[in-house]
Write a protein that binds this ligand. Structure first.
Ligand SMILES: Nc1ncnc2c1ncn2[C@@H]1O[C@H](COP(=O)(O)OP(=O)(O)OP(=O)(O)O)[C@@H](O)[C@H]1O
Length: 121
């Protein structure tokens, strides 16, 4: 149990590090909060909420892994190297893919009820 709590502390420290050092992470969290506030005003099913939360988790997880890759690459290859660039750019691509599909999920789930609300239907 003590070891589990210690590991939780290390994981929380990683989260705090990413939040403090990565402005993209702060942007993702702000966007997630905005989506949740809008979603709370709409008549969404539990399944729709679950999919929205999964999409948010996907982006935040991708950003955390991207941050970890950036730190590991900086440690292993502080000098410029084409493989270091490929590793960083591919990890950044993972975030981009997660954001792209999460935005699509947001449109699919929030679009129709938001449209009805705004159109006063
Ligand atoms: N050691 C390295 N060798 C080669 N290219 C690198 C190296 N470090 C970074 N790069 C490349 O330089 C460019 C800028 O990287 P950098 O990490 O500074 O900014 P970024 O990708 O916008 O990340 P951040 O989210 O920290 O702003 C990227 O294409 C990256 O792959």
């Amino acid at each position: 149990m003590k070891r589990f709590i210690r590991s939780l502390g290390f994981a929380a420290a990683g989260l705090v590090h990413a939040l403090r050092s990565e402005r993209h992470m702060r942007f993702h969290l702000a966007a997630a909060a905005a989506v949740c506030i809008v979603a709370a005003k709409l008549p969404l099913s539990r399944t729709q909420w679950a999919v929205l939360l999964l999409a948010i988790a996907l982006v935040i997880t991708a950003e955390l892994i991207n941050t970890a890759v950036e730190r590991a690459v900086d440690l292993i290859s502080p000098e410029l190297h084409p493989l270091a660039k490929l590793a960083k750019d591919t990890a950044a691509g993972a975030v981009l893919a997660a954001v792209f599909f999460s935005v699509l999920v947001g449109f699919v789930i929030l679009g129709p009820p938001l449209w009805s609300l705004l159109a006063g239907k």
